[in-house]
Write a protein that binds this ligand. Structure first.
Ligand SMILES: C[S@@+](CC[C@H](N)C(=O)[O-])C[C@H]1O[C@@H](n2cnc3c(N)ncnc32)[C@H](O)[C@@H]1O
Length: 276
């Protein structure tokens, strides 16, 4: 695990810094502190994870208001995008999606932009802080942007391990089955989405600099195999797994079909025909 310190940015509010220290238990960086790999900086412009000098890659910030996310929201191709087809989004169906691997929320934001309600689960405390900060800033920007406000209202972030969360859904389903009650409540997802960390590829120029930093913080999701069977037992319509093109299937389980792109593949495990 890399060494991370909290940077004291002059624009940071004392309460933001205090809550970071309290939540993450990281030390404040001082001139005479030991060297560290990353600085977590809480500036008024947002929370960012900045690699220490010399590592050659960029800062990670979660930004839904400008840049790539905002551009994709406006010009990204709507329901024609591969992720939309994989999830089954259409003019007639905008499913309730449970995203088991939220990360920095990129995929979840795309789906919410297309009208889906998305519950984002993230267990890594630093990634969760970065995502929560990005969502918070997008919510404030949404005060002047009704379209963005509608998207933000469709996103819910929960800091938890998805395996535990799914287990609680499975238990709920089991007790309803035992009591003879049909199980279909607000928590049951139409579609479950899983995008585990890809195994780290060679550090070619193709691997985005931020992804290298992200890999260093999160590592490989070696327990992702735990999620698929539970996901299949709680989803209504389908489970979708995002994989690198050419990678083996999660759990070696053959999907119903796949959508293969240049670098990414979506494996779709269907359970029930989508509403049309
Ligand atoms: C490849 S990233 C997801 C990227 C995301 N789809 C996006 O568009 O930004 C995988 C993320 O899932 C999280 N994760 C992996 N397994 C998890 C689990 N069992 N529970 C919660 N989060 C998990 C990791 O911490 C990591 O942040």
């Amino acid at each position: 695990m890399p060494i991370i310190h909290i940077a004291l940015d002059t624009s940071a509010s004392a309460s933001d810094v205090e809550s970071l220290i309290h939540k993450l238990g990281l030390p404040i960086h001082t001139d005479n502190a030991e060297s560290c790999d990353y600085l977590l900086s809480a500036a008024t412009s947002g929370l960012s994870l900045v690699p220490a000098a010399g590592q050659g890659y960029g800062a990670i910030t979660c930004d839904f208001v400008s840049g790539a996310h905002s551009h994709r929201r406006r010009f990204g191709g709507g329901n024609g995008q591969a992720i939309a087809k994989a999830i089954g989004v259409s003019g007639k169906f905008t499913p309730q999606v449970l995203d088991l691997t939220a990360g920095l929320g990129g995929d979840g934001f795309v789906l919410a932009s297309l009208g889906c309600s998305v519950t984002l689960l993230e267990r890594n405390p630093i990634v969760h802080c970065l995502l929560a900060d990005g969502l918070r800033r997008a919510c404030s920007a949404a005060q002047d942007d009704s379209e963005l406000a509608a998207i933000m209202a469709r996103l819910t972030l929960i800091e938890t391990d998805s395996g535990d969360y799914l287990e609680s859904l499975v238990q709920r389903k089991t007790s309803c089955d035992l009591a003879g009650d049909g199980w279909r409540d607000a928590l049951q997802p139409d579609v479950v989405y899983i995008d585990p960390m890809f195994p780290e590829r060679k550090k070619t120029a193709k691997v985005k600099k931020e992804m290298q930093a992200f890999h260093a913080i999160v590592g490989a999701d070696i327990d992702a195999y735990n999620l698929l069977e539970k996901a299949l037992s709680v989803a209504v319509y389908r489970v979708v797994v995002k994989r690198p093109s050419g990678a083996e299937f999660l759990n070696d389980k053959k999907p119903s079909y796949s959508l293969d792109g240049k670098s990414t593949r979506y494996d779709i495990y269907t359970l029930k025909k989508l509403p049309s």
